[in-house]
Design a protein around this ligand. Structure first.
Ligand code: ATP
Ligand code: DP6
Length: 428
């Protein structure tokens, strides 16, 4: 089966469609602040780890047909108005302008037709939307990737598609690649050199593991976009960070990744997360993305690292309270035990919903709520204060790893995002 599916509307018009899945990414050197709001050009370069799309991804079907009357988008089953959204419009326009032509199932569509026909987009995320888990990154990257596949768009220069995804959301440009990805801030005023580039593939560091401690999946109060605007206007630390700190950190981080040096990687990751949140605090009025549970996670990681005399785990937080934790495979069970000791599930949360991965629970030698109650207090260094316990403060703990970039879905999805005959979401 090819990437492009062909179907027919009831009045015989062709409907061409493509479905693709695109991962989220978590920045270990953060992007925070723009030098150009419209083109989404950042004040500094950034670097991210692409997360396994089996765990955190957007799946999007895009369809084009002369039968459609207007461009439309449905997100997680609900229609979202895009006519006034500059970001969606910019992405659609930029891909459309580069449309080549379609040939599928014996039907053809010319460049002119593709530029005039309307597009339907339906997407869903397999994780909470707008909760600081980079749903916008996966979503815009998936929109641009799937539409480019549909319209036969190829990159003239490597990174061209990432520059289009950047128009949707800055961090989206990094989701066009798997593994470890750098977003070069670029210098050009038109943004053509502000593109993402893979620095190492998803196979590069096989024993690197990621746990996501989901603190709260409510929508947050201050979006990343609004938060960074406030920081650019008011935080003196932000400019210092962009000019004097990030450039050196980018070099050091790439070196740490190339050498699979977890000590350097972990130290830089935590330092950069902390500086990003310090910048938020330096903003007027201050922005607090982390909450008490986030700070407790920081505490337990720092205590473990201090007791071990080396970095066992490293935390990073985006614009929300959820903790993303890196560790090596050999330490993953121990990290989960520490998390479960300090953050046992509430009495009403079944263990297999709290930690979905049976493999991970096995690694931590935990198979029941009783096992969690019986966990001994983790070892800490003599001078540290014993950590407290916060039952029910986490919603769940997700386990993932470094993952691959966008992929076209060759098999039909269940349930379908767009009905093949109508090009609209199926009526349930
Ligand atoms: N699958 C998707 N397809 C298209 N657009 C999406 C998709 N998922 C999210 N978005 C867009 O991204 C917005 C959420 O972005 P927002 O920056 O508020 O949250 P986030 O990306 O989850 O968190 P953060 O970027 O701070 O980590 C949604 O309102 C929607 O406009
Ligand atoms: C804290 C961050 O996650 C901020 C991401 O910001 P967005 O990419 O969501 O912002 P816009 O470009 O305005 O859409 C850090 C990062 O991903 O680098």
């Amino acid at each position: 089966m090819g990437a492009i599916q062909l179907s027919q509307s009831p009045d015989g018009a062709p409907i061409f469609s493509v479905t693709a899945r695109t991962p989220t990414n978590i920045a270990v050197i953060k992007y925070w602040g723009k030098r150009d709001e419209a083109l989404i050009l950042p004040l500094n370069s950034s670097l991210s780890v692409t997360l396994d799309p089996n765990d955190l991804a957007a799946t999007t079907t895009v369809a084009i047909s002369p039968a459609f009357e207007e461009d439309k988008l449905w997100l997680n089953g609900k229609e979202v108005s895009i006519s006034d959204s500059v970001r969606y419009q910019n992405c659609l326009r930029a891909v459309r302008e580069r449309a080549q032509g379609i040939e599928a199932g014996g039907e053809k569509a010319s460049q002119e037709q593709l530029r005039s026909w309307r597009i339907h987009v339906a997407s869903r995320n397999n994780f909470p939307t707008a909760a600081g888990l980079a749903s916008s990154a996966a979503g815009f990257a998936c929109l641009v990737f799937s539409l480019a596949q549909l319209l036969g768009v190829t990159e003239e220069r490597p990174g061209d598609l990432s520059a289009i995804a950047r128009l949707g959301s800055g961090s989206a440009c990094r989701s066009l690649y798997g593994g470890f990805v750098r977003w070069n801030m670029g210098q050009a005023s038109d943004g053509h050199d502000s593109i993402a580039e893979q620095v190492a593939g998803e196979e590069h560091w096989p024993d690197l593991r990621v746990l996501v401690a989901v603190v709260n999946d409510r929508q947050k109060d201050t979006s990343s976009t609004a938060g960074m605007q406030q920081s650019v206007r008011t935080s003196p630390l932000l400019l210092h960070r962009a000019k004097a700190v990030v450039p050196e950190r980018m070099v050091a981080m790439e070196r740490a990744i190339a050498a699979r040096d977890f000590q350097a990687f972990g130290a830089l990751t935590m330092a950069d997360s902390n500086q990003f949140h310090a910048t938020c605090l330096d903003t007027s009025p201050p922005i607090f993305y982390m909450n008490d549970a986030s700070r407790q996670v920081i505490g337990l990681v720092e205590q473990w690292n201090a007791q071990a005399g080396e970095i066992k785990a490293a935390y990073t937080f985006d614009a929300g309270p959820n903790a993303v934790l890196f560790c090596l495979e050999a330490d993953r069970g121990a990290l989960l035990r520490r998390l479960l000791y300090h953050f046992p599930p509430s009495d009403s949360t079944p263990l297999n919903e709290y930690v979905e991965s049976a493999e991970l629970l096995k690694e931590a030698s935990v198979s029941s709520a009783d096992d969690i109650r019986d966990l001994p207090a983790p070892e800490i260094s003599k001078e540290a204060k014993p950590g407290l316990q916060f039952p029910g403060e986490l919603k769940y703990i997700m386990s993932t790893r470094v993952g691959m970039g966008p992929q076209v879905c060759e098999k039909p999805l269940e349930p379908l995002l767009l009905d093949a005959r109508t090009g609209f979401p199926p009526v349930s």
